[in-house]
Structure formats: C-alpha cells, structure tokens
Design a protein around this ligand. Sequence first.
Ligand code: HEC
Length: 104
Amino acid sequence: MRVLTFGLSLLLLAGASQTVLAADPDNGETLAKRWCTGCHVVSGDQSKGTDIAPSFSSIATRPNFDEDKLATFLLEPHPKMSNMALSREETKNLASFIALQKRP
Ligand code: HEC
C-alpha cells in the first residue's frame, strides 16, 4: 500500500511540474489576440495594427531576442497598458507564441 501511494504521488508530481515547465504557445496566441492586437501586430494573419508598438515578428526577429527575458518583461505592465496583470504562466505562453512569430 505504501508503495502504491508513493508511486501515485510521484506521478502527480511529474504531472504538476510538467504544466509549470512547458509553455503553451496556443494559449499564448489566444491571450495575444485578446490583449495585444489593439496595439501590436501579433501574427501573420493580422493585417493591421498601429505604428506605436512593434510587431511581434519584429520583436522575435531581433538578434538579442530571449524568450525567458521576454516572459519576465511581460510580468511588468508596460507604460501604455497599465491595468493588465498577467500570471507567470501566461507570460511564458505569450513569450513562446511571440518566439514562433520569428521571420525565416
Ligand atoms: C495599449 C497599447 C498596447 C497594448 C494593448 C499592448 N502593448 Fe506592448 N507595447 C506598446 C507600446 C506603445 C510599446 C513600445 C513602447 C515601449 O517600449 O514601451 C510596446 C512594447 C512591447 C514590447 C517590447 C518591445 C521592445 O521594444 O522591446 C513587448 C514585448 C510587448 N509590447 C508585448 C505586448 C504583449 C505581449 C501584449 C499583450 C499581452 C501587449 N504588448 C499589449 C503598447 C501596447
């Protein structure tokens, strides 16, 4: 019985750490389309954005682009979008979605 309980908690642990570690770009896309399209061009199928904010593909294409740094950056609201609070997981998902917008 003890062995079984131990095995089960190992399984649970493995499952839990996976959801924490793996970023989900599909969820990032949903978030980006909900929160960011007002100012940024977030993906190739969005034809119009504004000039005030850089497109996600231009951000991802920068030579010093770093997905982890971006996720951390997104934890802080940026100037013109003060009331948006994203969770750790949401910023990771957004960053991994933005990384996928990199131009070939
Ligand atoms: C109300 C307009 C607005 C919205 C909404 C908005 N942004 Fe921005 N964002 C800006 C502006 C303007 C800049 C450029 C000025 C600056 O760096 O502060 C910027 C800059 C950025 C940068 C940094 C680019 C750089 O130069 O390094 C990132 C990354 C970014 N936005 C991501 C996001 C994400 C992700 C969302 C949605 C969750 C979002 N933004 C929503 C206006 C917006």
